[in-house]
Design a protein around this ligand. Sequence first.
Ligand code: SAH
Ligand code: SF4
Ligand code: F3S
Length: 438
Amino acid sequence: MQKKYTMTVFGCQMNERDAETIRGFLDELGYEETEDVAEADLIIMNTCAVREKAEAKVLGRIGKLGQLKEKKPHLTIAICGCMVQQEKVANYIRKNFPFVDLIFGTHNIASFPDLLQQALDSEETVVALRAEEGKIVEGLPVRRTDKFKAWVNITYGCNNFCSYCIVPYVRGRERSRLPEEIIREIKTLAENGYLEVTLLGQNVNSYGKDLAKQVDFADLLARVDQETGIKRIRFTTSHPRDFTEKLARTIADGKNICEHIHLPVQAGSNRILKLMNRGYTREHYLQLVEMIRQHEPDCALTTDIIVGFPGETEEDFAATLDLVDQVSYDAAFTFLYSPRSGTPAAEMPDQISDEIKKERFQRLLALQNKHSLRHNKKLVGQKVEVLAEGPSKTDPTVFTGRTRTNKVVNFTGENIEPGKLITVEITEARTWSLLGRS
Ligand code: SAH
Ligand code: SF4
Ligand code: F3S
């Protein structure tokens, strides 16, 4: 009988993309995917370490798997991803959850089939944690989650070492894929009916710095736009430190490059930005925003903000609110600062209480919601291009999709099919979505 597996993916698009590689391997090994944990022979959890909450959730879920394994001894349990790339977490899991069969890190994905076989053959927990990132392995199998939009890695790892962030420790140093590999992958996607790609890197703007060939992110974007035939090009994440005018021009001039930039600011106070080791000032950031809008007035801007970084005073926080007001983002992802052991910020004095963090978070959210709604309202009555994805989860009579500016539109109309670019007239604006008809 065909073996079945189920996989849960936490964290960012990097993890989603890694999960697609693991699914590709499992296809080759003859496994079938199931949503139903009860019928699975193999359970995989691809974990995230970016905030403590994410880790606590995973540990809780692993704990519960112990009972399942008692009932079903042949069950194989594998834990991978950023969380277990931290050696002490891997050790903790091995010690406290000895029923786990396989633990493998972010640099071991290419040898997944071997590791799985070892785990099946062994009584003990198999632990595979490469400390070094090694060379990029091309040509791994992949089964993509979606039929019309795809994630494409352009860089792996991160060299920025923002003082709060665990990512550089669990994903290794930054390395860029060769432009030819990226172009070839996207050409193949376009030939297979894909309409949209999202180029992925922790800091896409430093693409190419480690390559022998002189190529930067703007050059790569222009090539993807001109050579691949893909209809929508997205990219994330843009680090403000490395964002150039050449890039803003390329985005504005590009035919298929979407009018949306995710440009995390993290904080609005220069003192906090310095403590965060972000490498730019508030003034530099605001100039960037102005420069981007000069080149592309209708460009949607989104951001990430951390509330309650160690030492953040009411005055620092007011500077964040003020920046959010000045920029007027289309959307912001806001996070409570979470100390990550091993990062410099976790050791900084004046950690902020949960109570203050939550109170500031609420104020920030209320302000951002006003801006989100303001931007959405501007679209009412306009016709926009939407990539139809499928029926809405909450209302199956309505279709859902995204604009080029990455806004969710729920819409009605005749003959709508998933994977079609459809012109939709916006009829109503909500804070986080738009309503419309085609
Ligand atoms: N490379 C991207 C983001 C990676 S993590 C960038 O530089 O923007 C995604 C977001 O999680 C970050 O932008 C940050 O806002 C948030 N984040 C990272 N570490 C965090 C921590 N320790 N506590 C709270 N939020 C954090
Ligand atoms: Fe983390 Fe900073 Fe790298 Fe983003 S740029 S992954 S926030 S260290
Ligand atoms: Fe992503 Fe979480 Fe790892 S945000 S890179 S999955 S720590």
